[in-house]
Design a protein around this ligand. Structure first.
Ligand code: NIG
Ligand code: FE
Length: 403
């Protein structure tokens, strides 16, 4: 396709922040030029110079910004089906972790898997997301917990963006779990922070993340990681308040985090703090569902305080083996009562914000031409279907994927 094109015969869910939710334009046109959106509007308002562009008929379909999965752990070795069986027999996620399963068992598998094999497995997962109209993914390290494997994971994450038409934001998650037999404080100071510095020097880190929880790191330990991130000029985000409230969300807000993720146990005051810092609450219904959590995130408090809510898969081998962002949207609606408009904002505009991107996530002039064209008549259908993929075509940087 040429560099400039006018998409016609479509409905646009622009996801521009308006009261109506979707920023819907019926009888819309979208002009694209050099990988960016040049114009969006009602086709009959189309300026004369745009009307001269070659056209592409979208057949009356719905066009949205391409989806963004802003929280994944798709670089990992092995799987944890055995733990799934243990949990079905009554063990809790926390009990499995304390018994040496959980994250630490994926660490062993990830250390033992070659970089080449890790990349191959990761590309299969990225392809599943691409097939649902995803154009930007976040990928975390955190299953290495040693210098070499953390760097290996981040190199694999970067390699995904070279091997596929997708943008990748990497998060250094060295503070994901305490390695077997290690002391948490020494691990943070002697391994995690020095590894972060090397990974940053090699250009492998976009954001710094951590797991602030009773079974992982406390706020004092996370504070040291965040201070190191700040010294390197890197933004932060945090797995916070997933299983209990130990102050992670407040810490994240204090460091102007891009996001606090999970946040099931966040309080009203935590929601207020996130609103003040402009941090996004990333809702992860896959983990809530898979480990049968009972405490839902405080959606009403997030709405009351005007906290941006994103929705993501949290695709990982333990707590959320969920490879579908559309299903995450459905679960966010069904389990947490998000509206379908909130769920779609959660995988477009707010997901972009959770990664610090202002050039994607809406259909507006100047944004990247990352689009999804859907065989649906209304945007609510994207959240309504369960295990249904209505993607017609995806466009990445102004180019349609090959059929
Ligand atoms: O986001 N909460 C911590 N980290 C992952 C779990 C990873 C795992 O169980 O392997 C999560 O749910
Ligand atoms: Fe996670």
């Amino acid at each position: 396709m040429s560099d400039s094109v006018l998409l016609t015969h479509l409905k646009a869910a622009t996801m521009v922040d308006t009261a109506s939710g979707y920023g819907l334009i019926k009888d819309a046109g979208i002009a694209l030029e050099q990988g960016q959106i040049r114009w969006v509007g009602q086709i009959h308002d189309c300026p004369a110079e745009i009307a001269k562009l070659p056209t592409h008929d979208c057949g009356g379909r719905l066009v949205t910004p391409a989806l963004i999965d802003c929280h994944t752990h798709i670089v990992h070795g092995g799987n944890r089906a055995q733990e799934f069986e243990m949990r079905l027999e009554g063990a809790s996620y926390e009990e499995v972790a304390r018994a040496g399963g959980g994250i630490v068992s994926t660490v062993k598998a990830t250390r033992e898997t070659s970089e080449e094999d890790l990349l191959e497995a990761t590309l299969r997962r990225a392809d599943a997301l691409i097939s649902e109209g995803v154009a930007t993914i976040e990928i975390k390290s955190g299953y290495g917990l040693d210098h070499d494997t953390e760097l290996k994971m981040l190199r694999v994450a970067r390699a995904v963006a070279s091997a596929r038409p997708i943008n990748v934001s990497t998060s250094f998650l060295g503070a994901h779990a305490v390695p077997a037999g290690a002391d948490a404080d020494s691990y943070i100071d002697d391994i995690c922070i020095p590894t972060l510095k090397t990974a940053h020097a090699e250009g492998l880190v976009d954001v710094v993340d951590g797991f602030c929880e009773g079974i992982a790191f406390d706020t004092a330990q996370m504070r040291r990681v965040f201070e190191a991130a700040r010294a390197l000029g890197l933004p932060v985000k945090l797995h916070a308040e997933q299983l209990s409230n130990i102050g992670g969300t407040a810490l994240a807000a204090e460091f102007d985090a891009l996001s606090a993720d999970h946040v099931e146990y966040a309080s009203d005051a935590d929601a207020e703090a996130l609103a003040r810092s402009g941090s996004v609450a990333v809702i992860l219904p896959g983990a809530f569902y898979a480990i049968r959590e009972e405490q839902a995130p405080p959606i009403a408090a997030f709405r009351k305080h005007g906290v941006h809510m994103a929705v993501a898969t949290d695709w990982n081998p333990g707590s959320s083996p969920l490879g579908s962002v559309l299903l995450a949207m459905n679960m966010a609606c069904t389990l947490f009562r998000l509206t379908p408009a909130e769920a779609l904002a959660g995988t477009t505009r707010s997901a972009a914000r959770a990664l610090g991107f202002s050039d994607r996530g809406t259909l507006a002039a100047g944004q990247r031409a990352d689009l999804a064209i859907w065989d649906v008549t209304s945007p609510a259908e994207l959240s309504y279907g369960i295990g249904i993929n209505p993607l017609h075509k995806r466009m990445f940087g102004g180019q349609f994927d090959a059929d």
